[in-house]
Write a protein that binds this ligand. Structure first.
Ligand code: MG
Length: 385
């Protein structure tokens, strides 16, 4: 039960969306296929993954270093009874200097997810179940609350267009919606938020995401203006590594703050909970697992968070794809995120998943379940062909 070959291909996301900080026009992602020596129905078992959303394809690092190191690792096995994600990580980290994590954490985390997918397929078990068995005493949470990350800025988009978008999400069965802020003047953002709150009928059904795009001098104004609205959370008020800036915003704002999707190591997240003013039981941690070394590291991050008084319920993985759904169901994270139609085939979940009153239920799929996404699996099979 070994790896025979690992392939990578970069593809464009084909999205014209924008948040407060940047546009997705040129965004790419790496598709990875791990071909194994296990044969089922006359075909090799292949594990797949892509590098989530918001970070560019990283094939150069994969090919130059990490795939080469995995292929020469003697102890690397995909046997469900003997696999060890720490062996995979140690192999890929050979010769890597500490620090500068993001230069490699996306490539490593993506390859790691494809290895998990292969093990799940060989075991004929979902990755969420493998995670629960390995790290959470077998307690999985397949029914997961899921909110929509939407409300993007787009050329010519009006408040009426935004409300139409929110209505579409409600019609799909979602109950909690997040919209972008900080990409328009404050007065315009407030008008957008007040219109959405009026439509939802409850401010706790609305969260906002500033994507670190609000200039530091304007943060107190946003804190004062949005505090009375009673929103579910305010996301990324400050630069990801500006822990004091995050703490200052929390002191001004008072209500729940979410951040962490642009942190890439356990040490980054530990700095956030030590120095970022984050309050267990109030605020939310949002790491992107394939972009931060993968599932094995996520298990260590959760252990560290629990030692600092946090619980899995306060973790909400960034990503909005089958990988994050498997993580939420396996680790028992508080919820997961969805971006219906925002990033084409790289958005959302298995084609047959129903959203019921804000909840989705992870299926009994082998591996990560990408085979349940017809368009996406066609692209993966093209990489493996
Ligand atoms: Mg965000």
């Amino acid at each position: 039960m070994r790896v025979v070959e690992i392939r990578e291909k970069a593809v464009k996301l084909k999205s014209r969306l924008r948040n407060a900080a940047f546009s997705f026009d040129e965004m790419t992602t790496s598709l990875v296929a791990v071909v194994t020596d296990v044969v089922r129905n006359g075909r090799p078992v292949i594990g797949y993954a892509f590098n989530s959303t918001g970070r560019y394809a990283c094939g150069a690092q994969m090919r130059d270093r990490f795939i080469t190191r995995l292929m020469r690792e003697e102890a690397l096995t995909l046997d469900p009874a003997a696999f060890d994600p720490d062996v995979w990580l140690k192999a890929m980290m050979f010769g890597e200097k500490p620090g500068g994590d993001m230069e490699r954490s996306v490539a490593i985390g993506t390859l790691e997810h494809a290895l998990w997918d292969a093990v799940g397929k060989i075991a004929d078990r979902p990755v969420w179940d493998l995670i629960a068995q390995r790290y959470r005493g077998g307690r999985a949470h397949p029914r997961v609350f899921c909110y929509v990350g939407g409300g993007w800025y787009a050329p010519g988009k009006t408040i009426a267009d935004l409300l139409d978008e929110v209505r579409r999400y409600l019609d799909m069965g979602y109950t909690l919606i997040k919209v972008k802020v900080g990409g328009a003047p404050l007065a315009e953002d407030l008008a957008r938020l007040e219109a959405v709150i009026a439509l939802l009928g409850d401010p706790s059904k609305l969260a906002v995401d500033a994507n670190c795009g609000i200039p530091p001098a304007l943060r107190p104004d946003y804190a004062a203006a949005l505090r009375p609205l009673g929103l579910r959370w305010f996301e990324e008020p400050a630069h990801p590594n500006d822990y004091q800036g995050n703490a200052d915003f929390i002191a001004d704002y008072g209500n729940a703050v979410a951040t962490g999707e642009n942190l890439f190591s356990l040490e980054d997240v530990r700095n956030l909970v030590r120095h970022g003013g984050m309050r267990p039981g109030v605020d939310i941690i949002q790491t992107d697992v394939p972009q931060s070394y993968g599932i094995g590291t996520a298990a260590r991050v959760l252990e560290m968070l629990e030692a600092h008084g946090w619980s899995a319920a306060s973790v909400l993985p960034h990503g909005g794809n089958q990988m994050s759904l498997n993580q939420s169901a396996g680790f028992g994270y508080g919820m997961c995120e969805s971006y219906p139609d925002a990033f084409g085939v790289f958005s959302g979940y298995a084609d047959d998943l129903e959203v019921e009153n804000g909840f989705i239920t992870a299926g009994d799929w082998p591996g990560l379940g990408f085979e349940r996404q017809a368009e996406l699996i066609a692209m993966f099979r093209d990489v493996a062909a």
